[in-house]
Design a protein around this ligand. Structure first.
Ligand SMILES: NC(=O)c1ccc[n+]([C@@H]2O[C@H](COP(=O)([O-])OP(=O)(O)OC[C@H]3O[C@@H](n4cnc5c(N)ncnc54)[C@H](OP(=O)(O)O)[C@@H]3O)[C@@H](O)[C@H]2O)c1
Length: 235
Protein backbone atom coordinates (compact mmCIF):
# COMPACT_ATOMS: atom_id res chain seq x y z
CA UNK A 1 0.00 0.00 0.00
CA UNK A 2 1.23 3.52 -0.81
CA UNK A 3 2.48 5.59 2.09
CA UNK A 4 0.43 8.63 3.04
CA UNK A 5 1.67 12.20 3.59
CA UNK A 6 -0.08 15.41 4.59
CA UNK A 7 1.59 18.61 3.42
CA UNK A 8 0.05 21.82 4.76
CA UNK A 9 0.30 24.86 2.50
CA UNK A 10 0.53 22.65 -0.58
CA UNK A 11 -1.29 25.08 -2.84
CA UNK A 12 1.70 27.35 -3.44
CA UNK A 13 5.45 27.81 -3.08
CA UNK A 14 7.74 25.15 -1.69
CA UNK A 15 4.86 23.03 -0.32
CA UNK A 16 3.51 22.55 -3.83
CA UNK A 17 6.88 21.26 -5.08
CA UNK A 18 7.22 18.91 -2.08
CA UNK A 19 3.68 17.55 -2.58
CA UNK A 20 4.27 17.01 -6.31
CA UNK A 21 7.58 15.23 -5.72
CA UNK A 22 6.12 12.90 -3.12
CA UNK A 23 3.22 12.20 -5.47
CA UNK A 24 5.57 11.33 -8.33
CA UNK A 25 7.48 9.03 -5.99
CA UNK A 26 4.31 7.03 -5.35
CA UNK A 27 3.14 8.60 -2.08
CA UNK A 28 -0.53 9.22 -1.48
CA UNK A 29 -0.43 12.94 -0.75
CA UNK A 30 -3.17 14.75 1.12
CA UNK A 31 -2.76 18.32 0.05
CA UNK A 32 -3.99 20.94 2.44
CA UNK A 33 -5.49 24.09 1.06
CA UNK A 34 -8.12 25.91 2.99
CA UNK A 35 -10.50 22.99 2.43
CA UNK A 36 -12.44 21.18 5.11
CA UNK A 37 -13.37 18.04 3.16
CA UNK A 38 -9.78 16.89 2.67
CA UNK A 39 -9.16 17.20 6.38
CA UNK A 40 -12.17 15.08 7.17
CA UNK A 41 -11.05 12.29 4.82
CA UNK A 42 -7.73 12.28 6.56
CA UNK A 43 -8.94 11.33 10.03
CA UNK A 44 -10.00 7.89 8.82
CA UNK A 45 -6.53 6.97 7.59
CA UNK A 46 -3.08 6.13 8.82
CA UNK A 47 -0.47 8.81 8.28
CA UNK A 48 3.22 8.20 7.61
CA UNK A 49 4.36 11.77 7.13
CA UNK A 50 3.12 15.16 8.30
CA UNK A 51 4.76 18.31 6.94
CA UNK A 52 3.74 21.52 8.73
CA UNK A 53 4.62 23.95 5.98
CA UNK A 54 1.79 26.47 5.64
CA UNK A 55 2.80 29.93 6.67
CA UNK A 56 2.49 33.68 6.30
CA UNK A 57 5.54 35.84 5.65
CA UNK A 58 6.62 39.17 7.08
CA UNK A 59 4.65 41.50 4.80
CA UNK A 60 1.34 43.03 5.82
CA UNK A 61 -0.43 46.10 7.04
CA UNK A 62 0.27 45.98 10.74
CA UNK A 63 -0.86 43.61 13.45
CA UNK A 64 -3.66 41.18 12.57
CA UNK A 65 -5.42 38.54 14.60
CA UNK A 66 -6.90 35.12 13.87
CA UNK A 67 -10.57 34.28 14.31
CA UNK A 68 -9.63 33.17 17.85
CA UNK A 69 -8.09 36.56 18.55
CA UNK A 70 -4.45 35.41 18.52
CA UNK A 71 -1.70 37.35 16.75
CA UNK A 72 -2.01 36.03 13.19
CA UNK A 73 1.53 34.81 12.44
CA UNK A 74 1.79 33.07 15.81
CA UNK A 75 -1.59 31.45 15.09
CA UNK A 76 -1.01 30.34 11.48
CA UNK A 77 2.71 29.61 11.48
CA UNK A 78 2.90 27.95 14.89
CA UNK A 79 -0.33 27.28 16.81
CA UNK A 80 -2.11 25.70 13.82
CA UNK A 81 0.73 23.20 13.30
CA UNK A 82 0.90 22.52 17.05
CA UNK A 83 -2.82 21.70 17.20
CA UNK A 84 -2.86 19.74 13.94
CA UNK A 85 0.09 17.64 15.10
CA UNK A 86 -1.55 16.68 18.39
CA UNK A 87 -4.85 15.95 16.63
CA UNK A 88 -3.08 13.65 14.16
CA UNK A 89 -0.52 12.13 16.52
CA UNK A 90 -2.51 8.91 17.12
CA UNK A 91 -2.49 8.28 13.34
CA UNK A 92 1.18 9.18 12.96
CA UNK A 93 2.11 6.88 15.87
CA UNK A 94 0.02 4.06 14.43
CA UNK A 95 2.03 4.32 11.19
CA UNK A 96 5.47 4.24 12.87
CA UNK A 97 8.18 4.41 11.67
CA UNK A 98 6.84 7.80 10.61
CA UNK A 99 7.97 11.40 10.48
CA UNK A 100 6.93 14.97 11.21
CA UNK A 101 8.69 17.92 9.56
CA UNK A 102 8.22 21.48 10.77
CA UNK A 103 9.13 24.01 8.10
CA UNK A 104 10.60 26.85 10.14
CA UNK A 105 13.14 29.51 9.12
CA UNK A 106 16.57 30.96 9.86
CA UNK A 107 14.63 34.09 10.81
CA UNK A 108 14.18 33.44 14.54
CA UNK A 109 13.45 35.71 17.48
CA UNK A 110 13.20 34.74 21.16
CA UNK A 111 9.64 34.62 22.43
CA UNK A 112 8.86 37.41 24.88
CA UNK A 113 6.54 35.62 27.28
CA UNK A 114 5.32 38.95 28.70
CA UNK A 115 3.84 39.88 25.29
CA UNK A 116 3.55 36.78 23.10
CA UNK A 117 0.69 38.35 21.13
CA UNK A 118 2.91 41.36 20.28
CA UNK A 119 0.49 44.01 21.43
CA UNK A 120 3.33 46.53 21.85
CA UNK A 121 5.73 47.70 19.15
CA UNK A 122 4.44 45.23 16.54
CA UNK A 123 6.46 44.44 13.43
CA UNK A 124 5.77 41.79 10.80
CA UNK A 125 9.39 40.63 10.93
CA UNK A 126 9.27 40.17 14.73
CA UNK A 127 5.95 38.31 14.45
CA UNK A 128 7.27 36.01 11.73
CA UNK A 129 10.58 35.31 13.51
CA UNK A 130 8.89 34.60 16.85
CA UNK A 131 6.45 32.17 15.24
CA UNK A 132 9.29 30.39 13.41
CA UNK A 133 11.31 29.92 16.60
CA UNK A 134 8.19 28.67 18.38
CA UNK A 135 8.05 25.85 15.79
CA UNK A 136 11.60 24.85 16.73
CA UNK A 137 10.92 24.86 20.49
CA UNK A 138 7.94 22.64 19.74
CA UNK A 139 10.10 20.31 17.63
CA UNK A 140 12.68 19.80 20.39
CA UNK A 141 9.96 19.24 22.94
CA UNK A 142 7.89 16.85 20.85
CA UNK A 143 10.96 14.77 20.00
CA UNK A 144 11.48 14.16 23.74
CA UNK A 145 7.86 13.17 24.12
CA UNK A 146 8.03 10.80 21.14
CA UNK A 147 11.20 8.98 22.20
CA UNK A 148 10.77 5.26 21.63
CA UNK A 149 7.57 5.69 19.59
CA UNK A 150 9.22 5.28 16.17
CA UNK A 151 8.09 8.79 15.19
CA UNK A 152 10.81 11.35 14.47
CA UNK A 153 10.27 15.10 14.27
CA UNK A 154 12.70 17.68 12.91
CA UNK A 155 12.62 21.34 11.86
CA UNK A 156 14.45 23.28 9.18
CA UNK A 157 15.20 26.48 7.36
CA UNK A 158 14.40 25.28 3.83
CA UNK A 159 16.37 27.90 1.88
CA UNK A 160 16.94 31.66 1.91
CA UNK A 161 14.54 33.89 0.00
CA UNK A 162 13.13 31.33 -2.37
CA UNK A 163 11.12 32.66 -5.25
CA UNK A 164 7.70 32.32 -3.60
CA UNK A 165 4.63 34.44 -3.00
CA UNK A 166 5.63 35.36 0.57
CA UNK A 167 9.07 36.54 -0.49
CA UNK A 168 7.77 38.53 -3.45
CA UNK A 169 5.14 40.10 -1.18
CA UNK A 170 7.87 41.22 1.21
CA UNK A 171 9.48 43.09 -1.68
CA UNK A 172 12.66 41.02 -1.40
CA UNK A 173 14.58 39.90 -4.50
CA UNK A 174 14.52 36.07 -4.49
CA UNK A 175 17.92 34.46 -3.93
CA UNK A 176 17.13 30.77 -4.32
CA UNK A 177 14.81 28.32 -6.04
CA UNK A 178 11.85 26.52 -4.49
CA UNK A 179 13.47 23.26 -5.64
CA UNK A 180 16.35 23.88 -3.22
CA UNK A 181 13.94 24.24 -0.29
CA UNK A 182 11.90 21.27 -1.47
CA UNK A 183 15.03 19.08 -1.52
CA UNK A 184 15.85 20.12 2.06
CA UNK A 185 12.30 19.40 3.26
CA UNK A 186 12.30 16.04 1.47
CA UNK A 187 15.59 15.08 3.11
CA UNK A 188 13.92 15.36 6.54
CA UNK A 189 10.76 13.74 5.21
CA UNK A 190 12.12 10.65 3.51
CA UNK A 191 15.90 10.32 3.50
CA UNK A 192 17.41 7.28 5.26
CA UNK A 193 20.18 9.66 6.45
CA UNK A 194 17.75 11.12 8.97
CA UNK A 195 16.56 7.76 10.32
CA UNK A 196 16.68 7.73 14.13
CA UNK A 197 17.44 11.48 14.31
CA UNK A 198 14.90 13.63 16.09
CA UNK A 199 14.48 17.02 17.72
CA UNK A 200 17.02 18.62 15.38
CA UNK A 201 17.16 21.86 13.44
CA UNK A 202 18.63 21.89 9.93
CA UNK A 203 19.89 24.87 7.98
CA UNK A 204 18.87 23.68 4.50
CA UNK A 205 20.70 20.29 4.22
CA UNK A 206 22.87 20.43 7.35
CA UNK A 207 22.23 20.09 11.05
CA UNK A 208 22.66 23.49 12.77
CA UNK A 209 22.08 25.34 16.05
CA UNK A 210 18.88 27.30 16.34
CA UNK A 211 18.35 30.42 18.49
CA UNK A 212 19.48 29.56 22.09
CA UNK A 213 15.90 29.75 23.39
CA UNK A 214 15.21 26.45 21.60
CA UNK A 215 17.53 24.73 24.11
CA UNK A 216 16.04 26.43 27.18
CA UNK A 217 13.90 23.80 28.92
CA UNK A 218 11.99 26.37 30.97
CA UNK A 219 11.08 28.37 27.84
CA UNK A 220 9.90 25.21 26.09
CA UNK A 221 7.77 24.26 29.08
CA UNK A 222 6.20 27.72 29.18
CA UNK A 223 5.47 27.68 25.46
CA UNK A 224 3.89 24.25 25.65
CA UNK A 225 1.64 25.20 28.57
CA UNK A 226 0.58 28.38 26.77
CA UNK A 227 -0.03 26.53 23.48
CA UNK A 228 -2.17 23.86 25.15
CA UNK A 229 -4.20 26.57 26.82
CA UNK A 230 -4.64 28.62 23.62
CA UNK A 231 -5.52 25.70 21.32
CA UNK A 232 -7.24 23.30 23.68
CA UNK A 233 -5.04 20.53 22.23
CA UNK A 234 -4.86 17.28 24.17
CA UNK A 235 -1.20 16.39 24.57
N1 LIG B 1 10.32 31.43 0.87
C1 LIG B 1 11.38 31.39 1.65
O1 LIG B 1 12.49 31.84 1.29
C2 LIG B 1 11.28 30.75 3.01
C3 LIG B 1 12.40 30.85 3.85
C4 LIG B 1 12.33 30.26 5.11
C5 LIG B 1 11.19 29.58 5.49
N2 LIG B 1 10.12 29.50 4.66
C6 LIG B 1 8.93 28.79 5.12
O2 LIG B 1 8.49 27.89 4.12
C7 LIG B 1 7.08 27.67 4.26
C8 LIG B 1 6.40 27.80 2.90
O3 LIG B 1 6.58 29.13 2.45
P1 LIG B 1 6.58 29.55 0.90
O4 LIG B 1 7.76 30.45 0.74
O5 LIG B 1 6.40 28.36 0.05
O6 LIG B 1 5.30 30.51 0.92
P2 LIG B 1 4.07 30.70 -0.07
O7 LIG B 1 4.44 30.45 -1.48
O8 LIG B 1 3.53 32.05 0.30
O9 LIG B 1 3.07 29.54 0.37
C9 LIG B 1 2.49 29.55 1.65
C10 LIG B 1 1.48 28.42 1.77
O10 LIG B 1 0.86 28.54 3.06
C11 LIG B 1 -0.55 28.66 2.88
N3 LIG B 1 -1.17 29.60 3.83
C12 LIG B 1 -0.88 30.91 4.00
N4 LIG B 1 -1.68 31.45 4.94
C13 LIG B 1 -2.51 30.46 5.35
C14 LIG B 1 -3.58 30.42 6.28
N5 LIG B 1 -3.95 31.50 6.96
N6 LIG B 1 -4.18 29.23 6.46
C15 LIG B 1 -3.81 28.15 5.76
N7 LIG B 1 -2.82 28.14 4.85
C16 LIG B 1 -2.18 29.28 4.65
C17 LIG B 1 -0.73 29.23 1.47
O11 LIG B 1 -2.03 28.94 1.02
P3 LIG B 1 -2.73 29.77 -0.19
O12 LIG B 1 -2.14 29.17 -1.43
O13 LIG B 1 -4.18 29.49 0.03
O14 LIG B 1 -2.34 31.19 0.01
C18 LIG B 1 0.36 28.51 0.72
O15 LIG B 1 -0.03 27.22 0.34
C19 LIG B 1 6.58 28.70 5.29
O16 LIG B 1 6.39 28.07 6.54
C20 LIG B 1 7.73 29.70 5.36
O17 LIG B 1 7.80 30.36 6.61
C21 LIG B 1 10.14 30.08 3.42
Amino acid sequence: MAKTALVTGATDGVGRVVARTLGKDGWRVLVHGRDRERGETLVKDRLDLLINNAGIGTAGNGRQTSADGHELRFAVNYLAGFLLTYELLPLVKAAAPSRIVNVSSAGQQAIDFSDVMLTKGYSGVAAYCQSKLAQILFTVDLAEELKGSGVIVNALHPSTYMNTTMVRRAGVSPMSKVETGAEAILQLAVSPKVEGKSGLYFNVMNEARANPQAYDVAARRKLKALSLELTGAKA
